[in-house]
Design a protein around this ligand. Structure first.
Ligand SMILES: Nc1ncnc2c1ncn2[C@@H]1O[C@H](COP(=O)(O)OP(=O)(O)O)[C@@H](O)[C@H]1O
Ligand SMILES: [Mg+2]
Length: 274
């Protein structure tokens, strides 16, 4: 594989649900050691797009490629086996299980033989704690700790470290920072940069422009299911990106309109349209 081949690529993918066309001719690619940020407002089609990349949905039209070869994922396990790991907003972790158990869920190390085989808790904990520590998650030191006691950022980070440990090549993060405070979001963004440094191809979905700008090499803006803009880091300012996401409307104009309205209406904001 040459360095220039995308790890994962979509070419002219459409996705419809019966008569409803949700994705329109989506073409995108992501390479090793690169973060592609997928930006879009609510309802733009971001989740549909990543579910198509991760085998939950099949494209209605168009093709997908890994390392330049056509792929056809008929179920999520096909995508997982190909090295595509998807981490959702809440990390996909099990709050009532320990860090060690969570890390190995489904692939636990065992000790003993045949009918005497048992889960090797010490080993699982040691590997899990070492892996998360290597990722810079220094607050997790006890593999027996329940995941429910971790912060949202730590859970996200644990899920990412886990995916990397088990050999993911493509990491898809669906709004990982949306529900987090500033410090925790910064922590998750550091982990994303670490995954990139280790050579993963990362697809980072967000509607927070600042978070995208902190990690992104490449950006695609999705509006009503189509890629409305596609650019590299440094090519657009924060304001330009925000305006693109708002569908070409200038956010500065929109804010000025709202201020004008509030001045004329005793400081009350406009009622929602519906
Ligand atoms: N299974 C489905 N059947 C019909 N319409 C769907 C389905 N899934 C999503 N949609 C529609 O596709 C559009 C995009 O949704 P989604 O991908 O969840 O957007 P986002 O994640 O960007 O908020 C929405 O209008 C939604 O109603
Ligand atoms: Mg969504």
């Amino acid at each position: 594989m040459s360095d220039n081949t995308a790890v994962l690529e979509m070419r002219k993918v459409d996705k419809s649900f019966g008569p409803i066309d949700v994705l329109h001719s989506i073409s995108l690619k992501v390479k090793e050691g690169e973060v592609l940020c997928l930006l879009g407002d609510n309802g733009a089609g971001k989740s549909t797009l990543i579910k198509t990349l991760s085998g939950v949905f099949q494209p209605t039209r168009g093709e997908m490629y890994m390392d330049g070869k056509p792929v056809n994922f008929t179920r999520p396990s096909d995508a997982q086996n190909a090295g595509i790991a998807t981490v959702h907003q809440f990390g996909g972790t099990y709050p009532l299980m320990s860090v060690g158990r969570n890390f190995f869920v489904g692939q636990e190390p065992t000790k003993g033989y045949g009918p005497f085989k048992i889960y090797d808790r010490e080993k699982a904990n040691a590997i899990a704690v070492e892996a998360v520590q290597n990722f810079g998650i220094t607050r997790i030191t006890d593999g027996d700790r329940l995941v429910g006691g971790l912060s949202g950022g730590e859970r996200q980070s644990l899920a990412i470290a886990r995916a990397v440990h088990f050999g993911a090549r493509v990491l898809i993060l669906d709004e990982p920072t949306a529900a987090l405070g500033v410090k925790q979001a910064a922590h998750v963004l550091r982990i994303v940069n670490e995954a990139k440094r280790r050579g993963l191809a990362v697809i980072f979905i967000t509607h927070q422009v600042m978070h995208a700008m902190a990690v992104g090499d490449h950006f695609a803006v999705l509006i009503r299911g189509a890629i409305a803009a596609d650019f590299r880091a440094g090519e657009k300012s924060r304001e330009e990106i925000a305006d693109l996401m708002a569908g070409g409307e200038s956010m500065a104009d929109l804010e000025a309109n709202i201020e004008g309205y509030m001045e004329a209406h005793d400081g009350q904001p406009p009622e929602p349209a519906h």
